[in-house]
Ligand binder design. Structure first.
Ligand SMILES: NC(=O)c1ccc[n+]([C@@H]2O[C@H](COP(=O)([O-])OP(=O)(O)OC[C@H]3O[C@@H](n4cnc5c(N)ncnc54)[C@H](OP(=O)(O)O)[C@@H]3O)[C@@H](O)[C@H]2O)c1
Length: 376
């Protein structure tokens, strides 16, 4: 490994280069606290699994024009972060990439020309940092935190000011971190694409971070919510959160029929499709005429036999692929959270040092809602 001077590193950061050169690195996640002028940050390494996640020491980031340094207080995991560690999300990434799309903290330094935030502000960021408003464009992937751009699993994050959103007073760091990606995605589907109405039935699949946030936001919008899970225990908890219809997809593989029965034969008006091809037949079965399906995930992997698309025509279904959403959406979500007092369901909080254990917990799939990392 070639030695990198602090000057080189600072130049790289100031230039906004993706992936700061490594100063030192340890195979374990027990790296002692960084000394003055340094920070500790994880990197995704060779993307061959959980062991690829490596704690490194790097020079403290210095903000260039339009950039902000945030002292991170909390970060949160999404299923995508696991896929990235296995090299299964939009191809291989530089090994130095800092993971995680979600986080929150305090602004500690700002670069030239920064006007949207100041030192001392409590902030989070929209994961697609270049997507402030407007229609989706594939270019947003290039600046996606933890994927195309360094993310939040670092003591200090270097972020573009355009991505930042100040936290409402009542929103804590952990809740803010848990909200961003899933909140923006669920809001974009429910209020952007599907324009959900009070009284409509929203169906969401599984009880991971996105599904539980969908449940919470759909209830806030006055919808009836149907949710599926492999666990009766989780379904009981979902009912406590307001779910109206609950179906165990393991004990009822024909769960689409169950949703139809529970809605008097009509079906769901809006679906947040997190599982994908393997159970699309059930999703189509569960749909009401003219239902809107927000297609966002593929938790179930590929299908052994292709789905029957007949119901798409017979029921006039609308299927739209979605990629999270904009900073404007995150701002709207924060306003709703401020007024309603909604809090994301956090399953478990891990320390920064235990980040790999947090990934392992996500991989097991026993969680419900979000997994958070707390920084001292
Ligand atoms: N997080 C986001 O903001 C976001 C944004 C866009 C797209 N997505 C996509 O949406 C999906 C969910 O993301 P996430 O972060 O919420 O994941 P997650 O927290 O890891 O969700 C995992 C849960 O999904 C359920 N699940 C897994 N396999 C399933 C299957 N075959 N059938 C039904 N349910 C299944 C399980 O729920 P039970 O234990 O209850 O069975 C599992 O606990 C992923 O494909 C992800 O790429 C997520």
């Amino acid at each position: 490994m070639s030695k990198v001077t602090r000057r080189d590193a600072i130049k790289a950061v100031s230039a906004g280069v993706a992936g700061l050169p490594m100063v030192s690195m340890a195979a374990s996640t027990r790296l002692p606290r960084a000394s003055r002028g340094e920070i500790r940050a994880y990197q995704i390494g060779d993307q061959k699994g959980l062991d690829s996640l490596t704690l490194t020491r790097r020079p403290e980031p210095i903000p260039g024009p339009g950039q902000v340094v945030v002292k991170v207080r909390a970060a949160a995991l999404n299923h995508r972060d696991l896929s990235i560690l296995y090299g299964r999300y939009l191809g291989a990434k530089p090994p130095e990439r800092i993971p995680l799309a979600d986080g929150a903290g305090d602004v500690v330094a700002v670069g030239d020309g920064v006007t949207r935030v100041k030192v001392g502000d409590r902030v989070t960021a929209v994961p697609f940092t270049s997507w402030a408003d407007g229609d989706f464009d594939p270019s947003v992937f290039a600046a996606d935190l933890g994927s195309g751009h360094d993310g939040w699993l670092t003591e200090k994050a270097l972020l573009p000011e355009a991505a930042l959103v100040k936290l409402p007073d009542r929103l804590g760091y952990e809740d803010a971190a848990a909200l961003s990606a899933v909140g923006v995605t669920a809001w974009s589907i429910l209020h952007g694409f599907a324009a959900v109405k009070p009284g409509e039935v929203v169906l969401t699949l599984g009880t991971g971070g996105l599904s539980i946030m969908t449940l919470q936001l759909a209830k806030l919008a006055g919808a009836r919510v149907a949710i599926t899970s492999s666990s009766d225990e989780k379904l009981a908890k979902a009912r406590e959160l307001g779910a109206d219809i609950t179906v165990n997809y393991r004990t009822h593989p024909n769960w689409g029929e169950k949703i139809l029965e529970a809605t008097g034969g009509r079906g769901a008006d809006v679906v947040v499709e997190t599982v994908g091809a393997s159970t699309l037949d059930q999703t189509f079965k569960a749909c009401a005429p003219n239902a809107r399906i927000g297609f966002v995930g593929s938790l179930g992997g590929g299908a052994t036999t292709p789905p029957n698309f007949g119901p798409v025509i017979a029921k006039n279904l609308v299927i739209k692929g979605l990629t999270s959403g904009t900073r404007r959406t995150l701002e709207r979500l924060h306003r709703a959270v401020e007024v309603s007092g909604l809090r994301p369901l956090i399953d478990k909080v891990f320390s920064f040092e235990d980040a790999r254990a947090a990934y392992a917990y996500l991989e097991k799939g026993q969680h419900m809602g979000k997994i958070v990392i707390r920084f001292d």
